[in-house]
Design a protein around this ligand. Structure first.
Ligand code: NAP
Length: 293
């Protein structure tokens, strides 16, 4: 049986570290970091995510500022909300919860967030810097940063390893591939047009799965001894649960757990790390703003 990479425990340790840092920041400058969340519409999943993020802020002493806007909000109104938060000195991070309604141009909104406050790391300048050699992005997207942190805190060497990333989305697959490249892994990125996925995935000393397909990765996709990070969060029907469903990853955990050397569970793997990294980014942004970085 592979060693479990316990994202819940690692995230809890990071949150404790941030809590201590926030106390030190307050002692030094008499102010605490602030995170602004913007929720458009009332999607259940988005509402839950934003509530979890605000609660996590509260627990570590980061002040949270919340704006709720109706589904019908115009692009101009949303832009002026972002501009107001950009110029608010108490706000060090701005998080506009995605997805946005179809009538709003997501790229335009994300590009309007000041790069000094882009704690989600989705501003094109931050992604552009991440894509270039010897450039430092102001912020790195939270889920990809969480994947690297899980590897580092589990003492998994990245340099020189063959890393395979399944998925090329802007929020997970692409940025995590770039981060692995920065850490001197040899990176292969797979997507829906990749031929013979099992054979390509089997090359990976490190396999990161971010496709959004329940239990897609089977044991014969995994190089024996590989380290597997499962980013997928998929709900599948389960009549034994009160809710009628349960969450599973992109990797068939039971099928793969004795082929790899380490694996993240779902839930309890990468999920808790995303929020921990958001707090990390917000705290880093505040330290920069207060001249403490
Ligand atoms: P996404 O935007 O839908 O991207 C999925 C990627 O997987 C795309 O690049 C797509 O290829 C590829 N893909 C889809 N089906 C495939 C197949 N059958 N074979 C090969 N490649 C395939 O998804 P995402 O936003 O990156 O999210 C991926 C998963 O991570 C989801 O389960 C999501 O819920 C989860 N997630 C978790 C966290 C967390 O905190 N742990 C955060 C964000 C997302 P193409 O580019 O060719 O279409």
């Amino acid at each position: 049986m592979a060693q479990l990479i316990d994202g819940k425990a690692i995230a809890a340790a990071i949150r404790e570290e941030i809590k201590e840092e926030v106390t030190k920041i307050e002692a030094a400058v008499g102010k605490v970091p602030g995170l602004a969340t913007v929720l458009v519409g009332n999607r259940t999943d988005s509402t839950t995510y934003v509530r979890m993020k605000r609660k996590a802020c509260e627990e570590v002493g980061i002040e949270s500022f919340h704006t709720e806007l109706p589904e019908s909000v115009s692009e101009e109104e949303l832009l002026s909300c972002v501009e107001r938060l950009n110029s608010d000195p108490a706000v060090h991070g701005i998080l506009v919860q995605l997805p946005l309604p179809k009538h709003i141009n997501e790229e335009k909104i994300l590009s309007a967030i000041s790069i000094e406050k882009d704690v989600d790391g989705f501003h094109p300048v931050n992604i552009g810097r991440l894509a270039m050699k010897s450039r430092t992005p102001r912020f790195v997207p939270c889920t990809p940063r969480g994947c690297i942190e899980l590897l580092d805190r589990s003492n998994v060497a990245i340099e020189g390893k063959c890393a395979v990333v399944l998925g090329r989305s802007n929020i997970v697959g692409l940025p995590v591939s770039l981060l692995l490249l920065h850490r001197n892994a040899t990176v292969t990125i797979c997507h829906s047009k990749t031929k013979d996925l099992p054979a390509v995935c089997r090359q990976g000393d490190i396999l990161i799965a971010a496709v959004g397909r329940a239990n897609m990765v089977k044991r014969d996709w995994i190089k024996p001894g590989a380290v597997v990070i499962d980013v997928g969060i998929n709900s599948v029907p389960d009549s034994s649960k009160k809710s009628g469903y349960r969450l599973v990853g992109d990797v068939d955990f039971d099928d793969c757990k004795d082929v790899c050397s380490m694996i993240t569970p779902v839930p309890g793997g990468t999920g808790p790390m995303t929020i921990a990294m958001l707090l990390r980014n917000c705290c880093d942004g505040a330290k920069e703003a207060f001249g403490l970085a």
